[in-house]
Design a protein around this ligand. Structure first.
Ligand SMILES: Nc1ncnc2c1ncn2[C@@H]1O[C@H](COP(=O)(O)OP(=O)(O)OP(=O)(O)O)[C@@H](O)[C@H]1O
Length: 239
């Protein structure tokens, strides 16, 4: 379980998170939604310990993450923009990560991703030469291959072709069925509707609305999530 308690984050004068409180449970996909710049990545990075909150608390499996970095080995993270050591080949990067991480490496998951995403043909290519979509496939492989308990996926299917995107969504669903906790962000509402159980909609640094996909669609009176979210974003819509 991930608990966020009264979280504030300010960058200079820009107060990005203004008192976020959330409980995110295992066995579900929780999607963090909101307009560009609403603080989704800042919230995710705070949970990862990559952004230090101005105030508030984050507990992962009941433990305060402040000053504790060991919890991160249980998290598979797909950043929005992966920064790879550019001169390494894909094979060298994977080997290096396995050597550094040691624990948790699961060759079965690795083979499944390499085959499902067609990664083998890029093994000997340098990371700097890969296309954006191929980098995203490597990003997905790295997030999954250590068999983590928690997945934090920042726009995971951006740049992926339909076959790869479907493969990744199937793997996300499988992990959730095994009881894993998944947090993701996406601007693709059809995708959110397909994979997410719970939605958290951020607006101006606060949780504007949260609920299941069905609750949010029903509340809006619209026929699908895209229209429900568009209505939520309209000024004056009373939630
Ligand atoms: N390291 C930083 N230093 C200064 N400002 C930052 C930093 N990181 C984020 N911000 C600011 O925080 C605000 C929220 O950014 P964030 O990336 O969390 O939004 P987001 O909801 O993920 O947006 P998007 O949908 O565009 O990915 C923005 O105004 C951004 O400029």
């Amino acid at each position: 379980m991930v608990e966020v308690k009264d979280l504030f984050k300010r960058f200079g004068k820009n107060e990005v998170l203004k008192g976020i409180s959330l409980t995110i449970k295992k066995g579900k996909v929780t999607a963090i939604l909101g307009p560009n710049g609403s603080g989704k990545t800042t919230l995710i990075k705070s949970i990862l310990g990559l952004v230090i909150p101005t105030s508030g608390k984050i507990l992962v499996n009941g433990k305060d993450i402040k000053g504790n970095y060991t919890y991160r080995k249980d998290i598979g993270y797909m950043p929005q923009l992966a920064v790879f050591p550019e001169n390494l080949t894909v094979k060298e990067l994977i080997r290096m990560l396995i050597d550094v991480r040691k624990d948790g490496y699961n060759p079965r998951i690795m083979e499944n991703f390499v085959e499902g995403l067609g990664i083998e043909k890029y093994y000997d290519k340098k990371l700097k030469t890969l296309s954006g979509g191929t980098k995203q496939k490597i990003n997905a492989l790295i997030a999954f291959m250590f068999d983590p308990q928690i997945f934090i996926l920042d726009e995971p299917t951006v740049g992926l072709d339909p076959v790869s995107s479907s493969f990744l969504k199937d793997r996300i669903n499988e992990e959730v069925d095994k009881g894993k906790l998944v947090i993701l962000t996406s601007h693709i509402m059809s995708e959110v509707e397909e994979v997410a159980d719970e939605l958290v909609f951020l607006l101006e640094g606060k949780v504007y609305v949260k609920g299941t996909v069905k609750e949010i669609i029903d509340m809006s009176g619209e026929k699908n999530l895209e229209r429900a979210i568009a209505k939520l974003m309209e000024k004056g819509y009373d939630v």
